[in-house]
Design a protein around this ligand. Structure first.
Ligand code: NI
Length: 394
């Protein structure tokens, strides 16, 4: 069947998709606790004629659309989890849960993939191959839900995997497909500085972990600025500094936490070594003891260059020449990378920002919003891409 017809017939689903998104927005759930969200997804999927629903993990859901005709297997992924953020938007559909918010747009991903499933299922008589809909839990919290779904076999036999992220810094109406490395590996570290506490007025009898911790924070800035090739992307951010209980007491210990973002595998190995050296050296120089615990996060998202080029051509032909936008890779992380270990995959950024409408706050912000027109654009993109892949067209 023609793609134009598929997209045209999906358009009337848009109000329903917006309604789903708003319902999800009002009832956000954090990673690994998406029980109501999973039920919402399963009920809606089960209501679509032609889709087999299963749940490989407690809150992850798989929908399978089999056409009964040989052809490629395409997996489409949406993440469903929210964040421990308290919403500050004044909207009729604002979060009804204190301290929990869909502040990254995953409510939109979930709703638009339900719309895509509905549209494709209606046209399964005209399609070939198989489409799998992955409603993945726990994107926001390592070790992430993607690994679990992959381990449960959802990627077995898949020829290509596609994901989208609504993207606030990209204007609504635009789509960005980044060939190659697109999102960084987000690793984390925890530094413990053991000093010697005492009276704040007698510092000479103490080893002050707060003062030494401040030097460590400053020293860590030198990794990106002095120790790594300036043309090589790297971020080292200290995001936590815990020490002390009183204004007149120097504490025994300080604990610092933070994150490292890299793309290059060799640099990913090297930065923790540099952190260790800096922490142990700085601490030793001041008579303290410093230890570091490193934790690996997701692999970097690396889009298959050939598939990306193919989908870029699909976007130009199906959605218009002016839709594709240039976007630089993000130092954010995404466990979509887990699927890309098993099949060529493309993670697309769908513009959801709208400066004129005041939709301009970054992801994870208490005032984060999306322009809901992006839901329609995301649906059209996934329909066009899936249609092209199932037909095996270049
Ligand atoms: Ni996200």
């Amino acid at each position: 069947m023609s793609l134009d017809l598929l997209i045209a017939e999906a358009a009337p689903l848009f109000p329903q998709v917006v309604e789903w998104r708003r319902a999800l927005h009002q009832h956000p759930e954090v990673a690994f606790e998406e029980h109501e969200t999973a039920r919402f997804v399963r009920e809606r999927l089960a209501a679509i004629d032609g889709i087999a629903v299963s749940h490989p993990t407690p809150t992850g859901t798989l929908g399978v659309l089999r056409t009964g005709r040989p052809g490629p297997v395409v997996a489409l992924r949406a993440d469903i989890d929210a964040l421990p953020v308290h919403e500050e938007n004044d909207l009729p559909y604002r979060s009804r849960r204190d301290g929990v918010m869909h502040a990254c747009g995953h409510d939109g991903h979930t709703a638009l993939l339900l719309g895509v499933a509905t549209a494709l299922a209606r046209h399964r008589a005209a399609l070939t191959g198989e489409v799998r809909f992955l409603f993945q839990h726990a994107e926001e919290q390592a070790p992430g839900g993607a690994e679990e779904l992959v381990a449960a076999g959802v990627m077995d036999g898949v020829d290509a995997v596609l994901g989208v992220h609504l993207w606030a810094s990209l204007p609504v109406g635009r789509i960005a497909l980044i060939p190659g490395p697109a999102m960084a590996a987000p690793d984390t570290f925890e530094i413990t500085i053991e000093g010697q506490g005492g009276h704040a007025a007698i510092p000479q009898d103490t080893v002050d972990p707060v003062a030494i911790g401040a030097l460590v924070v400053t020293g860590l800035q030198h990794i990106a600025s002095r120790m790594v090739d300036p043309l090589e992307p790297v971020v080292v951010s200290v995001t936590q500094f815990h020490a002390g209980t009183a204004s007149n007491v120097i504490p025994n210990q300080a604990v610092l936490g933070g994150t490292v973002r890299t793309f290059d595998p060799a640099l990913r190995e090297r930065v923790p070594v540099l952190i260790d050296r800096l922490v142990t050296g700085t601490c030793a120089a001041h008579g303290a003891r410093g230890t570091v615990r490193h934790q690996r996060g997701y692999r970097p998202v690396v889009n298959d260059p050939a598939l990306t080029a193919r989908l870029a051509a699909v976007v130009r032909a199906a959605l218009g020449e002016g839709v594709l936008a240039e976007l630089r890779p993000s130092m954010g992380g995404e466990d979509f990378s887990a699927y890309q270990q098993r099949a060529p995959g493309v993670f697309a950024f769908v513009g959801a920002g709208n400066e004129a409408a005041g939709i301009r706050h970054p992801h994870h912000h208490p005032r984060f919003q999306v322009d809901e027109a992006a839901l329609g654009q995301g649906m059209a993109y996934l329909l066009a891409a899936t249609h092209a892949l199932l037909e095996g067209r270049p």
